[in-house]
Write a protein that binds this ligand. Structure first.
Ligand SMILES: [Ca+2]
Ligand SMILES: [Ca+2]
Length: 565
């Protein structure tokens, strides 16, 4: 490449980012959020000549001054150098924090676009953006759902089947790994074998042949009921990560399991002297950054976990071990003081995103180990944030529950600039809630869909207890404006996340389950319900889908294998 051409490319890039940021700014001035005060945005663009590399570095400075807004978005400097995002510590007075545990560097933990090296759905919503709950395309001719198989779990104090978020993993193992594991012999030889792995409220993790529902190996007895969603190592290593939801038997926390023999390799106790809260559950589904051998996880004790796994996988000897070293980010907020991360953290490069029971949404820089921004999400926010990169900027979508607000309130769906915390738009939905000793909250508990292919202009969200006590809503919102493109009301509410599937031509369908045990197939272009089948009980958990094969559990002790036709 000639120097002139390089400069030309750099200029084009800068022009594009100027246009993009200005566009962002324009949207902000017409934002629907009534609480937003006038903002002054100063943008400074500085061009630096590349030192060694042929690619010039781009420096973008975004300073946001706010007069009245109660939560101050701090001046943020974003410098893109290769893969990492460089940030400044938030100046918000709402937050005090420190880093505890082992002092270690996570400079190499920079998530790339590709989450997993193997096929399948390996963590809650499939990737670090939490935007891939289905794998592969599907041929849809009849627009119906059929039941392939069902399996009955045992029970614990919390019953069986699965609860919220309760998404299974679906994995196509590499041949060499398959042969090492404790699978039943016939599956080791079967090159079409796909494994579905489901953690149950009964305290077990079950393994199935996706096509038949037959158990593909011995279950793993965790002991404590599991509410959250398991993760499988995205490197294809035989490692399983399981967060426990309810203390019932033995140590309570988060376990790492060896899938060669089903044995526990390591356990993190959730009730930790370093945590500000004693509740030790992990509903959050782990993210693994394979290259740097790092695990990232949210805890209901209020701490973010940054873990060097120190994995040793000897393929010759067929052994695997981990020796975790744990660093925690812990914080307190001055206003609402409810601690606990129940959502599964999202990641963009070195930035980690999560929300908490107080409703605060945060961006944390793993490299600098400081919070970058914090904003008020209005109310308890357990639904996992989803992320999409537009140009060079990650945007988040989040929605809150109706919980702290009382029996009636508003769920706000927000689009947020992931670099600055600036709110792009807000859309409000009136919902109800069951609060008190046995809460069954309304508002947003399902994780939104980031539309792709023919629905790439929209996100799909759902609402529990919408307008009425038991009602539900599923709706498509314009990514740019938050405008409602369609909305479909349901008699029964969804805690279960909607899942998007696509045909080879990019036509989009949605699977949406609800509290009456209904599984709906929905046309993603207009919200029409095309087909519904009814399972035996309330579905709180979120399905995972592999090439049209749906795996989903109910609160009624059942796990199902379904198929879209
Ligand atoms: Ca919560
Ligand atoms: Ca809640």
């Amino acid at each position: 490449m000639s120097k002139t051409f390089q400069l030309f490319i750099v200029h084009i890039l800068i022009m594009l980012s100027v246009m993009f940021l200005h566009k962002d700014n324009q949207i902000a001035t017409t934002a629907i959020n009534p609480q937003m005060s006038a903002k002054k945005i100063i943008q400074v663009f500085k061009l630096e000549k590349g030192k060694k590399s042929s690619v010039s570095q781009k420096t973008t400075k975004v300073i946001i001054e706010e007069s009245k807004e109660e939560i101050k978005v701090s001046p943020t400097e974003v410098i893109e150098e290769g893969k990492t995002v460089s940030t400044k510590k938030t100046e918000s007075k709402i937050l005090t924090y420190d880093i505890v545990g082992k002092k270690q560097s996570f400079d190499d933990t920079v998530f790339s676009d590709k989450y997993t090296e193997i096929d399948g759905v390996l963590t809650f919503r499939g990737n670090q953006y939490r935007s891939a709950p289905s794998y592969g395309t599907v041929d849809i001719t009849e627009e119906t759902i059929i039941k392939n198989w069902e399996f009955t779990t045992s029970t614990s104090s919390w019953g069986g089947g699965a609860g919220w978020t309760g998404q299974p993993a679906i994995v196509k193992w590499p041949e060499e790994i398959k042969k090492m594991m404790n699978l039943k012999p016939k599956y080791k030889q079967d090159k079409y074998f796909i494994e579905a792995i489901y953690a149950s409220l009964d305290g077990n993790v079950y393994f199935f042949d996706l096509r038949t529902g037959q158990e593909s190996r011995e279950k793993i007895k965790i002991g404590n009921p599991i509410k959250g969603s398991i993760s499988v190592d995205p490197r294809g290593y035989p490692l399983l990560y399981v967060g426990e939801g309810i203390p019932e038997k033995g140590a309570f926390g988060f376990g790492i399991y060896n899938l060669l023999d089903g044995k526990q390799l390591y356990h993190i106790k959730g009730n930790d002297k370093n945590a500000y809260r004693g509740w030790g559950a992990f509903d959050s589904s782990a993210l693994i950054h394979g290259e740097s051998d790092t695990l990232v996880l949210g805890g209901e004790n209020g701490m973010l976990y940054l873990v060097s796994l120190n994995t040793k996988f000897d393929k010759e000897k067929k052994t695997i071990s981990v020796e975790p070293e744990i660093t925690n980010y812990r914080y307190k907020t001055s206003k609402r003081k409810l601690l606990g991360i129940e959502n599964s953290v999202a990641a963009y490069k070195n930035l980690i995103y999560f929300a908490d029971n107080s409703g605060y949404i945060q961006c944390f820089d793993m490299s600098k180990q400081h919070p970058v921004w914090i904003i008020d999400g209005k109310d308890d926010t357990d639904a996992t944030l989803v992320l999409e990169v537009e140009g060079d900027t990650p945007y988040l979508y989040s929605g809150n529950e109706v919980d702290i607000q009382g029996t009636k309130g508003i769920s706000e769906v927000k689009k947020i600039n992931g670099l600055t915390g600036k709110i792009i738009w807000i859309k409000s939905f009136e919902c109800q809630s069951q609060i008190g000793e046995h809460p069954v909250n309304g508002g947003m508990l399902g994780t939104p869909i980031i539309g792709k292919e023919k629905i790439s202009d929209r996100i799909i969200i759902n609402m529990a207890r919408y307008m009425t006590f038991s009602g539900g809503l599923i709706s498509a919102l314009d990514k740019k404006t938050g405008d409602i493109l369609w909305q479909t009301e349901m008699k029964n509410y969804p805690w279960s996340s909607p899942v998007d599937v696509y045909t080879k031509d990019g036509k989009a369908y949605i699977i949406q389950c609800n509290s009456a045990g209904e599984v709906n197939l929905i046309n993603a272009e207009n919200g029409d319900i095309l087909h519904t089948i009814k399972l035996n009980a309330n579905i709180e958990s979120s399905p995972a889908i592999y090439k049209g094969f749906i795996v989903i559990a109910t609160r009624g002790q059942k796990i199902y294998g379904l198929k879209i036709k």
